[in-house]
Write a protein that binds this ligand. Structure first.
Ligand SMILES: *[C@@H]1O[C@H](CO)[C@@H](O)[C@H](O)[C@H]1NC(C)=O
Ligand SMILES: *[C@@H]1O[C@H](CO)[C@@H](O)[C@H](O)[C@H]1NC(C)=O
Ligand SMILES: *[C@@H]1O[C@H](CO)[C@@H](O)[C@H](O)[C@H]1NC(C)=O
Ligand SMILES: *[C@@H]1O[C@H](CO)[C@@H](O)[C@H](O)[C@H]1NC(C)=O
Length: 124
């Protein structure tokens, strides 16, 4: 086995272990499952989605492919939520504050109501 292949093999082993740890204990590893949960909570606080933009946000598909969601390619973490002008109606879930890699948030030209909670301020 070449040095390079040995290196690749051990890298894959380390990656498999990391994925395993993330699945066993979500707390060990601030994983992309936190992002999935945050997005699904965001979805559940939307009461009306007449254009069916977020109704296709389901666990069966990777959230990086969901409409309006931008991800970092390498880490598969949510970096953008671009849902401007989508006729969405509802409240903004405090779970948005858990999207710790979020850089772009556009929720303008929708019908959101209610209070923005302190949790959202956790976002950098
Ligand atoms: C989390 O990331 C892994 C590896 O990048 C990917 O295979 C998996 O689909 C992601 N999980 C979710 C819920 O999107
Ligand atoms: C946010 O989205 C709206 C509607 O699509 C767009 O008009 C606006 O320019 C966007 N704002 C920014 C800062 O990109
Ligand atoms: C919002 O969407 C409507 C319908 O697609 C479009 O006519 C309007 O210009 C958009 N407004 C903004 C601010 O992007
Ligand atoms: C995310 O945010 C909610 C509400 O702010 C909180 O209850 C929850 O424990 C947070 N953490 C995770 C990992 O989802």
């Amino acid at each position: 086995m070449s040095v390079r292949r040995l290196y690749n093999a051990s890298l894959m082993g380390a990656l498999a272990l990391l994925v395993h740890l993330c699945m066993v204990d979500l707390a060990i590893c601030s994983s992309n499952f936190t992002d999935q949960l945050a997005l699904l909570n965001f979805k559940s606080s939307i009461k009306n989605d007449p254009n069916n933009v977020i109704s296709y946000w389901t666990k069966e598909t990777n959230f990086c492919g969901w409409a309006g969601v931008l991800c970092s390619r390498r880490r598969q973490r949510v970096t953008g939520l671009l849902l401007g002008n989508m006729s969405l109606e509802g409240t903004i879930s405090p779970h948005v504050g858990n999207l710790s890699f979020l850089q772009l948030l556009n929720l303008s030209y929708n019908s959101f109501y209610g209070h923005l909670t302190d949790e959202i301020g956790k976002s950098t």
